[in-house]
Ligand binder design. Structure first.
Ligand code: SF4
Length: 291
């Protein structure tokens, strides 16, 4: 039976919710770390999958080396989180995200504890089945937060949750000790072909941005064609369309992994305004598809 959730699902703020984490000190941030329906991609993805799973996102201020350690010139220019949407219009959104960056930098361990704690408080209050994208605008190591959350959720007998993300850090993508409910898709950039090859060979999924030459800025982006395959170091991999939704979990909403044990490519169309698009093309962040 489908549940009827309130319009706005909110975590408990300003106190530790998990008794296990409560050492008497106040949590580092007095604001919601998790949001629902806060960005266009999440809304589109939610509409695509229906409401059996709810999507939650956690977005910091992207581009800061402390939270995007493997950002490249190309991805910085094409980053849909910082270069598109409301953050360009409303300074308060930018400041809210910057506050999260500051709290994380001041004490990463405490910040991740609070991220886990707010996650558990949502699951406990609403008993929802969630898809959690913890790195919507950053690329920080989330495994410690997921481990804390998994332990607490199991202890309380709550529904098991799924986490998913994109990352450009090969060590995260290939980490054999990563929690089993954390799914990572590796992001290709102009400077990491060898890492892409390594991840694909190990059975991982790699997201690659493609473009067609012409006027495809802003809403025109979706008219661009994707290639059928992409070749890296002489080996060709199938390309699947990744623009319908952004849940990169093989076999759930994306195709299952091939039987040969290797990964595949998720193709994304280059998005953004004219200038960002040009920069992404010039740097090699986006790969051209012949018209
Ligand atoms: S694309 Fe990813 S790594 Fe690059 S700036 Fe945006 S969030 Fe950071």
């Amino acid at each position: 039976m489908r549940r009827h959730y309130p319009k706005r699902i909110r975590p408990i703020l300003n106190r530790w919710y998990s008794a296990e984490l409560d050492d008497g000190a106040a949590p580092p941030v007095s604001q919601e770390l998790w949001q629902q329906g806060a960005n266009a991609k999440a809304v589109k993805t939610q509409a695509h999958i229906g409401e059996d799973f709810l999507i939650f996102t956690h977005t910091m201020l992207s581009g800061d080396p402390a939270v995007c350690s493997h950002a490249s010139p190309g991805c910085l220019s094409a980053c849909v989180v910082s270069q598109a949407g409301m953050v360009k219009v409303f300074p308060q959104i930018r400041e809210g995200r910057a506050r999260l960056n500051r709290a994380y930098k001041a004490n990463p361990e405490r910040y991740l504890q609070q991220l886990a704690d707010q996650h558990v408080s949502i699951v406990d209050r609403y008993h929802c089945f969630g898809l959690w994208r913890g790195n919507t605008g950053q690329d920080i190591p989330l495994a410690p937060a997921i481990t804390i959350a998994n332990r607490e959720i199991k202890r309380r007998g709550l529904p098991r949750q799924i986490w998913y993300d994109y990352t450009a850090v090969k060590e995260y993508a290939l980490d054999p000790t990563r929690p089993a409910n954390y799914h990572l898709c590796f992001s290709r950039k102009e400077n990491n072909s060898a890492d892409c090859w390594e991840v694909l060979t190990a059975g991982g999924i790699v997201a690659v941005v493609f473009h067609q030459v012409g006027n495809y800025a802003n809403h025109g982006a979706y008219k661009q064609r994707l290639p059928e395959t992409w070749k890296v170091f002489g080996k060709e991999y199938p390309v699947y369309d990744g623009d319908q939704h952004d849940i990169r979990i093989p076999g759930l909403f994306d195709p299952p992994r091939p039987d040969n044990g290797e990964g595949y490519i998720v193709g994304l169309r280059l998005k953004g305004d004219y200038r960002g698009r040009q920069k992404a093309i010039e740097t090699g962040f986006s790969l051209e598809v012949a018209s």
